[in-house]
Each structure stands twice: as C-alpha cells, then as structure tokens.
Design a protein around this ligand. Structure first.
Ligand code: RP5
Length: 170
C-alpha cells in the first residue's frame, strides 16, 4: 500500500510564508506531506487533476490555503470525500473575505475552516495530523507528547512570571 500523506495546496506562492507554519508542524510530528501551488481560479484543471491523483495515492486529508475570494478549499472538497481543511490567508480586507469564502460552504460539501493566518496554518497541520492519528497509534502518541510539551511550556512561563512578581521585577 502507498504511504499515507497530507496534501497541502496553496492558491499562490505568496501564501508560502504563512504555510511554512503548517510544514513546520507536520515535520515536527514526522508526518509525510506534499505541498503545491495550485489555484482554484487560475489553474482549475491542474487543481482537480492533482486532488484526484493525490486521493488515489494515499492522501489522508487536504489542507488548502488561499486569500481573497478563497475558493480553493471548496473546489478541493468538491473533488474528494477525504477531509478538507481550509486556511484563510490575509491578503486583503484583513482576511475576512477569505474566511467567509472558505467557511460558508453549502451543506454536503464540508470544509473544516481554521483561523486566519499563522495560527490557522498551525492548527490545520495539527488537525490533519490528528485525523491521520485515528488510524496510527504511534502518531497519536507523538501528538499527545507535543500537546504535553506545549502545556509544560505555558506552565514554565507562568513560573517565571510568578518569580518576577516575587522579586519585585514587575
Ligand atoms: C489567492 O489570491 C491566493 O491564495 C493568494 O492568497 C491571493 C493573491 O495571490 P497572488 O496575486 O499573490 O498570486 O488566490
């Protein structure tokens, strides 16, 4: 059986600075991925062909990032029954245009839409990893450890803050 992976699509290479956050999370969890520039509007056939092919080759979920009239996630969701996660990119109107274009899907063709920008890009990767982890106990454990490390980091920050308070530094 072919190796399972997460497929990331971006409407433009101008989305890459934000989508590097998805790549970093998937790498840190040792999740296989592909990343492509492919636009719902500028290259509709290329997008459709890639989704069909990636679906057959073992894509477990799709992460789609786009700005402005962001129809990429919806177009991908129309071509696959694998989970599709949409990341609205802030390229105009503070990203609200992309958020609404991504989230307001008609019933029956879902797109799991995350926050605008970097936090959304990170969460898209975590969500994709969590979807993959349902059938992969080793990955589920890596996700659990990552979450625990994140909690430890917050607690360490709180301890440092309490110390600063005690010492009259703030
Ligand atoms: C969207 O339009 C892209 O996803 C990008 O966020 C935005 C602008 O694209 P470029 O003009 O920078 O290629 O389709």
């Amino acid at each position: 059986m072919s190796q399972k992976f997460i497929a990331i699509l971006m409407g433009s290479d101008s989305d890459l600075p934000i989508m590097k956050s998805s790549v970093a999370v998937l790498r840190s969890l040792d999740v296989s991925f592909e990343i492509k520039v492919s636009s719902a509007h500028r290259t509709p056939a290329y997008t459709h062909d890639y989704v069909k092919d990636a679906d057959k080759r073992g894509a477990v979920a799709f992460i789609c990032a786009a700005g402005m009239a962001a129809h990429l996630a919806g177009a991908v969701a129309a071509a696959t029954t694998k989970p599709v996660i949409g990341v609205p990119i802030e390229s105009s109107l503070d990203g609200l245009d992309a958020l609404l274009s991504t989230v307001q899907m008609p019933g029956g063709i879902p797109v799991a839409t995350v926050a605008i920008g970097k936090a959304g890009a990170k969460n898209a990767a975590y969500l994709a990893a969590q979807i993959m982890a349902v059938a992969d106990p080793d990955l589920a454990e890596r996700v659990r450890l990552d979450r625990a490390a994140s909690a430890d980091a917050v607690i360490a920050k709180d301890k440092a803050l309490q110390l600063q308070l005690e010492n009259g530094e703030i």
